[in-house]
Write a protein of this length. Structure first.
Length: 144
């Protein structure tokens, strides 16, 4: 679980508040972007996992620590890493940094349980469990 996915993002005007800085809840949306792209990079399609395996990653806890404000049109890098995996539980860490790698601008984490469509806990079936456990990017998925 050493793989860290990097996603370059730009602050959109709609993501800012009246003071011209990013509204705090948008960081959680970016965490979701990072998580989905991390999964895609290791060969897990959220859409397929939900549709085919009836597995959903329900957020049970989220945290964000803000270090520096982001403003309209700023570009930054979102680094996402899977930090914990059991067949029915996952945890991700997120780190927002400047393009040159300096920062952090914000750091956070989310914890998830795996559920079925009925909301009851379940384990992630093969092959998804193996992909999460290996945490290895599939060919061509790493950000250059």
């Amino acid at each position: 679980m050493n793989f860290e996915h990097e996603q370059r993002l730009r602050v959109r005007y709609a993501e800012t508040d009246q003071m011209g800085v990013v509204y705090y809840a948008n960081y959680l949306i970016w965490f979701e972007v990072g998580r989905v792209e991390y999964c895609r990079a290791i060969g897990v399609s959220y859409k397929e996992m939900e549709k085919v395996a009836n597995c959903f990653l329900a957020v049970v806890e989220a945290n964000c620590r803000y270090h520096a404000p982001l403003t309209y049109d700023m570009e930054f890098v979102l680094r996402t890493r899977l930090t914990h995996f059991k067949r029915g539980f996952l945890a991700f860490d997120y780190r927002l940094v400047n393009l040159d790698g300096s920062g952090p601008l914000a750091v956070g984490w989310t914890k998830h349980i795996v559920t079925g469509p009925d909301g009851n806990p379940k384990n992630i079936p093969h092959p998804y469990a193996g992909l999460f456990k290996s945490g290895t990017p599939v060919s061509g998925s790493e950000v250059e």
